[in-house]
Design a protein around this ligand. Sequence first.
Ligand SMILES: N=CN[C@@H](CCC(=O)O)C(=O)O
Ligand SMILES: [Zn+2]
Length: 418
Amino acid sequence: MEILIQNIKGLVQVRDASPQWVAGKDMAELPVMENAFLHMKDGKIENFGYMTDMSVISADEVINASGRFVFPSFVDSHTHLVFAASREEEFVYKIKGMSYAEIAARGGGILNSAKKLQQATEDELFERAMVRAQEIIGLGTGAVEIKSGYGLTTRDEIKMLRVAKRIGESSPLKVKTTFLGAHAIPKEYADRNDYIKLIKEEMIPAIAEEGLADYIDAFCEKGFFTPEETEDIMEHGKKFGMKPKIHANQLHISGGVQVGVKTKAISVDHLEAMGEEEVKALQNTDVMPTLLPGAAFFLGTAYPPAREMLNAGLPLALATDYNPGSAPCGSMPLMLSLACIRMKMTPEEAINAATINTAYALELQGEYGSITKGKVANVFITTEMPSYAYMPYAFGSNHVHTTILNGEIINKGLFDAV
Ligand SMILES: N=CN[C@@H](CCC(=O)O)C(=O)O
Ligand SMILES: [Zn+2]
């Protein structure tokens, strides 16, 4: 299959040689080629350039993108896409003033999702998660990380990860999986060490045996897992080939950032509660700080101090955290808007954060996250818009018009019939 997109108003995130990531001041630079063409062949980006330099290309499909922009598909590097049911009853408790921690302490929150997930079959979970997978494809996402963490028994954690893997096999999404058995301690464990022992001695070996997880995660937070426990679990996971990616500093300065640095995590995610020491700890490391503004928006907590982190020269990634408890939304375009509006990131910084830097956070920067020859042909064409900054500016609408994943047209002209 060969696709040619021509007369592109702006080809966004074009890079001849893709960097590992972009950090600090460099995040303000977003390379955009105006009046461009993009040629995709056999699932890969074959060539791109200015229309004035285009030679004759005989493609199976020729798309005229005049007035529209072409972006590399978003990489959403943090989701809990597999869950059994929504939790809007807790949404109402929150509206009435109860905090996330109070709801969790009363058996709501993660434990509530675990109860529902344990009752669902693998096929039921798969069907429900596939609906979400289709939804995020329509919102411009092409690669996604999916965590377990609502199973909390060996059987159910495995069930979740099998479903996550099946999504990667049954949809055009590139999927990476993360084992998050250390999401919460189930109520039946009078001694928390017994649950941690189960994670280390039973869950991790069984999951590794089936090759179900690329990464290992823990919710390092007051009332969940301590920094010492997190470190112990991360180190154990590493022995089984799972690299750390940690839920850190969401509600408090939890020590999660430092554990991430110490255990050489690929990313530390959330970072709503950051002090100077945490920012410093991340400097000169390979850890990608990943911000999840959908959770701060939904829970009404402080937003991560993005500008301070950028001023300190750090790279930033942006992901949705799509989950039923703290961020029931898988829209990467909305994350761009929240990053700009609430965290004072510029559109250029936000787009870099949601493409090349999230690709790094999934170790996919060699194949995804930019328009670079030889990378996977994962792109979307926008609706007609005056500039690429219109994408985060005009929040709440879907500006993704046509989705191409692995060099195949997935959704075309979603709004043409409207
Ligand atoms: N913070 C921990 N885990 C999820 C929320 C889980 C839930 O409430 O179901 C998060 O990333 O926000
Ligand atoms: Zn999360």
